[in-house]
Design a protein around this ligand. Structure first.
Ligand code: G3H
Ligand code: ZN
Length: 292
């Protein structure tokens, strides 16, 4: 391990604090098991970049809540870059509180299905709870379209964030990051994404709160760069890593002889492939060598 500094998990607030003034975004990457999580961290280490590891409620239930925290804490303690462990798109307030108590350094409450007032109330409840645990909170205003785990928002129900709704939401909730809807979609795009850059610009002018772009899979490089220039601080990528993961496993199952029974032979390429994806995104998001 050499002289690796032992670090704990860092909050979302901490990891995003220089993004806007230095003109970069930190990647939030979804993981579902050990291999993709370790691959994400390895990619970030190679680029000397801060990184946000994101687990959905489904991923936490699959791995186990405490196992998720223990695994990522262990990984973070072995590397010299800032690592944030974030609960992604959580709709269940009790589950969020359990995750905070278990040691997540950041959570997203997704109350975007609810009306504005209820969204404020539910988000504030989580912010108040999280404070005692030094945990950050992200919340969503507007509705990002597409499918994220069991949250499905059809094209007609997707709702772009209104700039005028932002100041009161940020002020009254006390959130550390705001997920906004301006044309990105969860999952694979059916056609070329059309992002509403004017809306993004309007929102970033009206608030200092770090802004989050959801639905990073399939967004062209130039669009990512423009989003960062216009004030996006965190960019979420999930589906592309899921595809990378399963493609790698499928390839190994096709290539290795049936008599090969060492699981590591099948799974190790997942780490390498996920690290490659993450390194590419870090270059585009501008967070290389931004490890504090
Ligand atoms: O919260 C997760 C992200 O928004 C992932 O979106 O699966 O389209 O990359 P994506
Ligand atoms: Zn999302």
């Amino acid at each position: 391990m050499g002289d690796v500094k032992m670090r704990g998990l860092v909050t979302l607030k901490e990891i995003l604090k220089n993004t806007r003034k230095e003109g970069y975004a930190v990647g939030g990457f979804n993981f579902n098991s050990y291999e993709d999580a370790q691959g994400i961290i390895n990619g970030a280490v190679e680029k000397n970049s801060p990184v946000i590891l994101m687990a959905s409620m489904g991923a936490c239930k699959y791995i186990g809540l405490h196992q998720t925290v223990g695994m990522i804490k262990g990984m973070a303690a072995s590397v010299d870059i800032p690592v944030c462990l974030h609960l992604d798109h959580a709709t269940d307030k009790e589950f969020i509180k359990e995750a905070i108590k278990a040691g997540f350094s950041s959570v997203m409450i997704d109350a975007s299905e609810k009306d504005y007032e209820t969204n404020i109330r539910d988000t504030k409840e989580i912010v108040d709870f999280a404070k005692a645990y030094n945990c950050s909170v992200e919340s969503e205003l507007g509705k990002v379209g597409g499918k994220e785990e069991n949250i499905v928002v059809s094209e007609k129900d997707a709702l772009f964030t209104k700039a005028a709704d932002v100041p009161r939401f940020v002020e009254e909730t006390g959130i550390d990051a705001l997920a906004i809807a301006f044309g990105s979609v969860h999952g694979f795009y059916k056609s070329e994404p059309k992002l509403d850059f004017e809306r993004l610009e309007e929102i970033s002018k009206i608030t200092d709160c770090p802004l989050v772009l959801h639905g990073g899979t399939g967004i062209p490089v130039e669009d990512f760069k423009k989003c960062v220039t216009l004030g996006i601080s965190k960019i979420n990528v999930g589906t592309e890593l899921k595809k990378t993961y399963t493609d790698a496993v499928r390839k190994m199952c096709n290539e290795l002889p049936e008599k090969e029974v060492d699981p590591r032979k099948y799974m190790a390429p997942v780490k390498v492939a996920c690290a490659e994806v993450v390194k590419g995104k870090i270059e585009v998001f501008g967070s290389a060598n931004k490890s504090l």
